[in-house]
Design a protein around this ligand. Sequence first.
Ligand SMILES: Cc1cc2nc3c(=O)[nH]c(=O)nc-3n(C[C@H](O)[C@H](O)[C@H](O)COP(=O)(O)O)c2cc1C
Length: 352
Amino acid sequence: MGKERFLNFQDPEKNHERVLKILQIAESSPRIRYFLRKIFAYQDPKLEVDLFGLHFTNPVGLAAGFDKNCQVPKALASFGFGHIEVGTVTPLSQEGNPRPRIWKLVEDRAVINWMGMPNVGVEEFTRNLNEVAERDFILGINIGKSEVTSLEDASTDYKVLFKKTHSYGDYIAINVSSPNTPELRRLQRKEFLLDLIKEIKRSGELTPILLKIDPDLSYSQIDDILTIALNCKIDGIIATNTTVSRENLKSKNRNKPGGLSGVPLRNKSTEIIRYLYRQTKASLPIIGVGGIFNAEDALEKIKAGASLVQVYTGFVFDPLKGPFVAKSINKELSKVLETEKARSIGELVGRE
Ligand SMILES: Cc1cc2nc3c(=O)[nH]c(=O)nc-3n(C[C@H](O)[C@H](O)[C@H](O)COP(=O)(O)O)c2cc1C
């Protein structure tokens, strides 16, 4: 029993659930959040970013998947993030894949997850969204099709999700890039993507729509996506989700199934950001995500073309340093702006 408890303690998902429970206390206490901000947040007006008609207090956000059910966004924002992306939410509640389904790759500073989008479903999710109506940070909502929905019917799922959630969030992220829902990534192909986006756009609502893409696409597939994104006036691209590739890994968990995040993903996602930025001649805003642990990593993505960045693995990997990740990135970026004599982050975007 003792050993079992110890192993449970080691399970990253169990740890995650414990952390969510603690964050729930902060979620309902403005006083605790105030103190968390004092410890973990860093402010500098030069870090503010205006994008998609939204005002971000700093360029560092928390990526989708940490707060899948929108239970603790206020608590998370008090760790100094300028935006929090909640979800992925699907129309129906779903269990996801059997556990264990998250593995830490300690030596590689990486995580493999095979979650399969477990979440409470959009009805309960919108009740949670209602609790965050008043907020001082940007809230993104990441949406995905149910695992039981066929690719042919997927556009209906996204349309319904958009309709039910858009008025609660500042932007909507369309997830067609998680590797753990069978065939989901095929929705990035032009024959599906065009319909899907048209269907969502038909509502005529003005909430910004961002498309989250995977890092395993070929450049010609990215070109197809860009053609559609520009023609349909998508507001931005989130690059990237986790990768299915497994190159040069050392850790014993390297052959687990699912999507790989963290350091081994870093260069791959930066290359995609650089390509997107150049191909679109900077006309399509990019949120850069993949392997960011510190300011140097964030700056690399900004200089490759990202207007904002997001972190996931860097926030959870090291329990001591992780909670300070937004603060340390923002603090360092502030210094970089000073030394490069730039007035805003915007001046550094794409400046390689
Ligand atoms: C445990 C885990 C769960 C995730 N869940 C989602 C998700 O539900 N939706 C999504 O779009 N991305 C999800 N992601 C991907 C992250 O949002 C991010 O794109 C990816 O991890 C790369 O960033 P990182 O290297 O900073 O972690 C998840 C990542 C991890 C590690």
